[in-house]
Design a binder for this molecule. Structure first.
Ligand code: FE2
Ligand code: FE2
Length: 423
């Protein structure tokens, strides 16, 4: 048949040559039979034309969509469209996110599972920016650093992390003195994140397994969550907030584990703490955030854009600054700082993976940190994540169980993925 434009491609067509993206990345081998998912992914990779043979197989679809009835698929489609404010996907990356989210919504509808959308107080009063307090990033960061008091062990671990002389044994000894921290870290070491076949029953073994630095980063992250969790808030649904954070941590960690396995802990802790700046905003300037949430909902835009408009900075920048003052390593503070602007980080992969995980968590209805609609992912950001076409299916499949497992670990109870729904 020869070379055809991707707009003319149909599922069932067979490639007559290896398919290589304009950036040189190998996509599919000669002889591969195209599926509708492949065709959609080609747009993301900027492929304009494809060589196909005269022969073709019967049209192929990607399996499990056919497990669901048309009415279920329509309902699932409506759910996902509502999540994105009624805006249909505008690029290949978003088409792919919609596709996996619709399939996941169809699955949860069929299995009678509730979504975890979240609930945040907001006032529908008109947004009068002139009457709102406008604290600077600096004022908020200073107030929060004074406000939060970490346990002693936190500062000792932070010190050890910054000292080139500190050994794995020293870090393990420090952590072992705190029983609550030790218990959570051991559960994490035994969770699906590490997939270790033998039981990890001591912090010393956990340290040997994942390394002293990684364990220290995990310990700081867990301490921060424990500290924040104990502060009550009238404005935030904390269950929904942490479910979102855990989902982003798990998804980010899975996305990065495929090619960048050495940054698992950074991705995990970065995911858990990525929206901590928003928690600070909701706590210190609830009136501003209330109006911002209502205005973002009315304009059908992500809350992060409204924050920038009203405050002149976003929760990522604030969170990154606060974590820096708390002694978190630079690689982690930058990840949090740039999670809504991944192109600005020197090494764009971690922030891009976290950005993708953030939008995906919202699309999969795994909690909320207050944004009425998640930010879109551009094809540019997709490319930074290095995800292969169609890879999101297995990312989502893998994440499903892990999110429930890790969330229950932080919540301190059982969670089968069907409780704690907020609509
Ligand atoms: Fe965020
Ligand atoms: Fe988020």
């Amino acid at each position: 048949m020869g070379t055809v434009s991707i707009t003319q491609l149909k599922s069932g067509m067979i490639l007559s040559a290896d398919l290589i993206a304009p950036n040189g990345r190998f996509i599919l081998p000669r002889g591969a039979c195209l599926t509708s998912r492949n065709i959609m992914s080609l747009k993301i990779w900027g492929v304009a034309e494809v060589s196909v043979s005269d022969r073709s197989d019967p049209p192929r679809e990607d399996g499990d969509e056919f497990l669901y009835s048309t009415s279920v698929m329509e309902e699932a489609n409506d759910i996902v469209l509502r999540i994105f404010g009624g805006v249909p996907p505008e690029c290949g990356a978003m088409e792919e996110i919609h596709r996996v989210a619709i399939r996941e919504a169809a699955r949860s509808l069929t299995e009678n599972e509730a979504g975890h959308s979240g609930f945040f107080r907001s006032e529908n009063a008109p947004l009068s920016e002139a009457s709102l307090p406008k604290p600077s990033l600096e004022q908020l960061a200073a107030a929060e650093v004074r406000f939060v008091s970490f346990p002693d062990v936190y500062f000792r671990i932070s010190e050890a992390l910054q000292s080139p002389k500190s050994s794995i044994t020293h870090v393990a000894d420090l952590i072992s003195k705190d029983t609550a921290l030790t218990a959570t870290l051991l559960k994490l070491a035994n969770s699906a994140i590490y997939g270790v076949p033998a039981k990890v029953d001591s912090i010393q073994r956990a340290a040997a397994l994942i390394g002293g630095k990684a364990l220290s980063i995990l310990a700081l992250g867990v301490s921060a969550v424990q500290t924040f969790n104990s502060i009550p808030s009238d404005w935030v649904n904390m269950e929904s907030f942490w479910r979102h954070s855990v989902a982003v941590a798990v998804l980010g960690q899975i996305i990065s584990s495929r090619k960048h396995s050495r940054i698992i802990e950074r991705m995990f802790v970065g995911g858990i703490l990525h929206d901590i700046g928003r928690l600070v905003l909701l706590r210190h300037v609830p009136s501003v955030m209330n109006r911002a949430i209502a205005a973002a909902a009315a304009e059908k835009i992500p809350l992060v854009d409204m924050e920038r408009r009203i405050l002149g900075f976003d929760h990522g920048e604030l969170g990154g600054t606060i974590l820096e003052r708390w002694g978190f390593p630079r690689e982690l503070t930058d990840l949090v700082r740039f999670h809504h602007s991944p192109g600005e980080e020197t090494n764009s992969f971690p922030a891009a993976a976290l950005s993708m995980a953030d939008t995906l968590a919202a699309a999969l209805r795994q909690g909320s940190s207050g944004s009425p609609h998640p930010p879109s992912i551009s094809d540019e950001v997709w490319k930074m994540t290095d995800l292969s076409p169609g890879a999101l299916d297995s990312v989502v499949r893998q994440a499903r169980r892990q999110i429930a497992e890790i969330y229950s670990l932080f919540k301190g109870g059982d969670d089968d993925g069907k409780t704690g729904a907020h609509s």
